[in-house]
Design a protein around this ligand. Structure first.
Ligand SMILES: [Zn+2]
Length: 492
């Protein structure tokens, strides 16, 4: 029986503002969309936390046996400096300042984004579509919304008519803002606003002559509004109605509110059953901002090259630190808090080392199944990773008590306990045993050195030494293979 049948997963739905039992549209399958990054600068640590939160969701759903299609987009056009549909395109601006092509900006920061997320051991999504790769789909949605009379064209730009939409549907349903407050602040910023009402938002913007990133459309050469790409890509790959839509808390309004309105208008249905929002990360109690210097890049954590840190911290320790907070709680990043997490992380992995050498008995004196259930209960309660981690430490406590002879465990129970503990540590939390990783690097370095010495021995016709190196390595389970390209090795 699949684990999801035994576990009633509840998650907090930002739409209903309640924890709800998770029931996917198609049994056994989950469609999840998460708003990805705008690739115009190095990935922000706060964004890393958001993507890690949804990596935890993705991992746990997979662990429960669901077939998950996880779609996370790359915004490579259309995201203006200001959410009010004015200002320069963020990518085009960076390209202008750095005197490179916009697509060079996109390439550079997409690579950075992937590398950093991989360092933190986030799994790649199933599909990672780009906005520029889905212009045709976005044009179709605009035509559809225009046909339904919910948008209007002004000077080659197309705007969504929020007030008209609000006559039959509810704009502000997710963020809880009423229509008067839902102003996209355009008037204050742009006296020449083309919009009928300040609540309206752009579906298509006519490009100014200097704007490089532009596509032809029936209305003008221009580019799509930022909110539109997510509607186009989520419904294309997950269907008109799908299970989970996630993103950072800051995207609730206006971005997600606009997504709901666009999809409702185009497809006649609310697009998402469960909306999930991950909370923010502060640094030493304050909002992170480049301008005040209260800022740290993910890479600087690993090098320790930032004044806010007393020392460097590894990606896995940082991941552990982030998962020690619930995804809906605010989390404050500081050197002291990371040091405390590092101690906890080491304690957990020391426990796993002791586990490998535990002796078994005829009977078990601890309630393994109760402990297993407590781990699942934590995750079933809206992915409560801090409670899960507390339970894993209970598991470590068992390990030491068994090791000290104060508790006993049977062979069968040890197998069950060990496999559940490891699957939560490695598969669900996505932690990595850095000591083992370190050791494997050291091992390959050592073998490479011996291969070099053996080659020198052979060059000197010292066959006895060369054979001794080969045979003794083989006795240790390391087999050398001589080939045209040199000597390689395999570890058994
Ligand atoms: Zn989005």
């Amino acid at each position: 029986m699949s684990l999801y049948k035994k576990n009633s997963l509840k998650l907090y739905n930002s739409l209903s503002k309640e924890k709800e039992v998770f029931t996917p549209i198609n049994e056994g399958s989950v469609g999840m969309y998460v708003c990805g990054p705008t690739v115009y600068s190095n990935v922000h640590l706060g964004n890393v936390r958001t993507f890690m939160s949804f990596d935890l969701v993705f991992r746990y759903l997979k662990h429960l046996g669901y077939k998950v299609r996880y779609v996370r987009n790359i915004t490579d056009a259309g995201h203006l400096e200001n959410d009010a549909d004015v200002g320069e395109d963020r990518i085009a601006k960076k390209a202008r300042i750095e005197e490179i092509e916009p697509m060079e900006v996109v390439q550079r920061y997409t690579v950075d984004f992937h590398q950093i997320l991989q360092k933190f051991n986030n799994l790649p999504p199933s599909i990672e579509p780009t906005a520029t790769g889905h212009i045709v789909e976005q044009l179709e949605i605009i035509k559809d919304i225009l046909d339904k009379g919910m948008a209007y064209v002004v000077n080659g730009s197309v705007y969504f008519d929020v007030l008209k939409y609000n006559e039959s549907e509810e704009y502000g349903i997710l963020s809880g803002r009423n229509i008067e407050d839902s102003i996209h602040n355009t008037r204050a910023l742009d006296g020449q606003s083309e919009k009928k009402n300040p609540q309206d938002f752009a579906l298509w913007k006519k490009a100014s002559p200097e704007h490089i990133m532009r596509w032809p459309s029936p209305w003008s050469d221009g580019f799509p509004g930022w909110h539109l790409e997510c509607t186009a890509m989520s419904t294309k790959y997950l269907g008109e109605k799908f299970d989970i839509h996630g993103g950072g808390m800051d995207l609730k309004f206006p971005h997600h509110e606009c997504e709901i309105a666009q999809a409702n208008c185009s497809n006649g249905t609310d697009p998402v059953n469960y909306w999930m929002h991950a909370n923010m990360l502060t640094l030493n109690g304050q909002k992170m901002a480049k301008s005040t210097g209260n800022n740290i890049l993910p890479g600087e954590i690993f090098s320790g090259d930032n004044n806010v840190l007393d020392k460097p911290f590894s990606p896995s320790v940082t991941r552990f630190f982030m998962l020690q907070a619930h995804y809906r709680s605010n989390l404050d990043f500081s050197s002291a808090a990371l040091e405390a997490s590092e101690k906890g992380y080491n304690k957990l992995f020391q426990g796993l080392t002791v586990l490998e050498g535990l002796r078994t008995s005829k009977s078990t004196s601890v309630d393994i199944e109760k402990w297993v259930q407590s781990c699942y209960d934590a995750m079933n309660d809206d992915f409560n990773s801090p409670i899960l981690i507390a339970n894993l430490f209970e598991g470590v406590k068992f390990i030491h008590l068994i090791n000290d002879g104060k508790e006993t465990i049977s062979k069968e129970d040890l197998e069950r306990f060990g496999s559940v503990l490891k699957s939560f540590v490695f598969d669900v939390l996505g932690l990595v045993d850095e000591a083992t990783e370190d050791n494997s690097e050291k091992l390959s370095g050592t073998v490479e050195l011996l291969i070099k010495l053996r080659k020198e021995a052979r060059d000197d016709k010292n066959w006895a030494l060369s054979d001794q190196i080969r045979d003794e390595l083989l006795a240790l389970g390391i087999q050398l293979k001589d080939g045209k390209e040199g000597t390689s090795f395999t570890v058994n």
